[in-house]
Ligand binder design. Structure first.
Ligand code: NAD
Length: 484
């Protein structure tokens, strides 16, 4: 079955592209082209924004009662649930996520988000009557924000698309999605499910394109809000444009999170946990905890345990269920990770596992060797900059205060974990680290709670009622004259 496509999803149907430009989706494992799809141009984005604008300004969607929209999203959820395996396979094909990760975070997780948002929408205070300060009552309404530009990255493409499209739908917004050029295929499957679920024409429109066309979408006068997930560099540019135009904006950006290993941690459980929290999606995860903080007293033991754990991880074909670390998404990403592995050595860090070059037994594909650096100072670039690959730095600390100081000594503040057998000590550390999400002996995003970053890791939140609220505008309606 071919994965090729020749149209965009605009105004409820398949629209011919404005140009003959194409995007080639290349397997990171075989380096062979697996699909060709049209590449969006500014004209395609204009058509998508016009359709979304019409659907918002004149269509039924924003005017429907929240319960009616919930019913349509419920139908979408039921259809999505039947496609989980197909979605996971598509994402493994287009971006090389190991099947073990794809069947967890790439596919069921977006569907779990939809279900969580449905529950949140049912309990959401769409129109609230509260006691007034001057009169007896005031009405506070949460109304749709307008036309949303949703811009996801390639690393968790459906996860970050659904986290925007579904709250936007529930709020009564209309959307233009611009998938990353590396990962357009999952969005086509999503479009088919939205159409089948009965989402009205123009409410969701999808045009895959590169960053220039993305910038055109962000600056488009027809857009009311931008919801972006991606690099901090792109986030700054987008925030500047939205600031100038006073558009609403939410940003989920990069990270350089720390896992603090306290001396009383169960080392075997900690290592098992770090395999996921530090190296999920082959290290291509914004929340990856790539700085491992170990006390000076316990430093050699932690380095040795981590070296053994990482050396034992299965690297190779992402479609093999046994694989734990797959290829990087693209050659440029492989080159970037290789540069950081060389830089760490130039900076004086010591490679204890991995290093430059292809992993043993592999001679094609955009692979790197999972690498652990010891003797890392937190001021080194490998400890400050987001590498976005399977490269870990073990950093020594003097005491718990010093560990918290090092964890906070970062431009980023997205996530983190502490590993300890003392739950109270763990919670104490969790309260002191400046990060939007934190785990004690575990790290799982719970869609009932807000997710997002402090500092350069972002602006605003996704998930939870707080995430849904970001797709609404507040309106206060005064119905009673003040009692003077
Ligand atoms: P990227 O910033 O290069 O691109 C992200 C998306 O934005 C792509 O669709 C791209 O085409 C588009 N884009 C880039 N510049 C743009 C601009 N100026 N205007 C409009 N669109 C633009 O990031 P990437 O390499 O695709 O993804 C990796 C990054 O994403 C990492 O930094 C990672 O930490 C971050 N990320 C963050 C989260 C989170 O929730 N905080 C989740 C996943 C990934």
């Amino acid at each position: 079955m071919t994965l090729d496509r020749d149209a965009f999803f605009i105004d409820g149907g398949w629209a011919a592209p404005a140009t003959t430009d194409t995007l080639q989706v290349v397997s990171p494992h075989t380096e062979e082209v697996v699909a060709t799809v049209p590449e969006g141009s500014a004209a395609d984005v204009d058509a998508a924004v016009a359709a979304a604008r019409r659907a918002f300004d004149e269509g039924p969607w924003p005017r429907m009662a929240p319960e009616e929209r919930i019913e349509v999203v419920q139908a979408f959820s039921a259809l999505y649930a039947g496609k989980l395996a197909e979605m996971a396979d598509l994402i493994t094909t287009e971006m090389g996520a190991p099947t073990s990760f794809a069947n967890l975070a790439q596919s069921p997780a977006p569907w779990m988000q939809i279900e969580a948002f449905l529950g949140i929408a049912r309990a959401f205070p769409w129109e609230e009557r509260r006691p007034g300060a001057l009169g007896p009552e005031v009405i506070v309404r949460r109304e749709p924000v307008g036309v949303v530009a949703a811009i996801p990255p390639w690393n968790v493409p459906q996860f970050t698309t659904i986290s925007k499209v579904v709250p936007a739908l529930l709020a009564g917004d209309t959307v233009v999605v611009k998938p990353a050029p590396e990962t357009p295929l999952d969005a086509y499957l999503m479009a088919e499910l939205l159409a089948e679920a009965g989402v009205p024409a123009g409410v969701v429109n999808i045009v895959a394109a590169g960053r220039e066309v993305g910038a055109h979408l962000v600056a488009h006068p027809g857009i009311d809000k931008v919801a972006f997930t991606g690099s901090t560099a792109a986030g700054r540019t987008i925030a500047a444009v939205c600031g100038e135009q006073l558009k609403r904006v939410s940003l989920e950006l990069g990270g350089k999170s720390a896992a603090i290993v306290l001396d009383d941690a169960d080392l075997a459980e900690t290592m098992e946990g770090l395999k996921f929290t530090a190296l999920m999606n082959s290290g291509q995860a914004c929340v990856a905890q790539t700085r491992i903080l170990a006390s000076r007293r316990n430093y050699d033991t932690v380095v040795e345990a981590l070296a053994e754990t990482v050396a034992g991880m299965a690297v190779g074909d992402p479609a093999d269920p046994a694989t734990e670390v797959g290829p990087m998404v693209a050659q440029r990403q492989q080159e970037r990770v290789e540069k950081y592995i060389a830089l760490g050595q130039e900076e004086g860090a010591r490679v204890v596992v991995g290093g430059n070059g292809m992993p043993e037994g592999l001679d094609r594909g955009w692979y790197v060797r999972p690498t652990v650096f010891a003797d890392v100072d937190n001021r080194m670039r490998i400890a400050q900059e987001e590498i976005f690959g399977p490269v870990l730095s073990v950093i020594p600390y003097d005491d718990v205060d010093d560990a918290v100081r090092i964890a906070n000594d970062s431009d980023y503040g997205l996530a983190g974990t502490v590993w300890t057998s003392d739950a109270d000590a763990g919670l104490d550390v969790a309260r002191r680290v400046r990060a939007g999400t934190y785990g004690v002996n575990t790290y799982t995003m719970d869609f009932a709670a807000p997710f997002g970053g402090h500092k350069a890791s972002g602006l605003g939140r996704e998930f939870g009622p707080e995430g849904l609220a970001q797709y609404t505008e507040l309106k206060s309606v005064y119905t009673s004259a003040p009692a003077m």
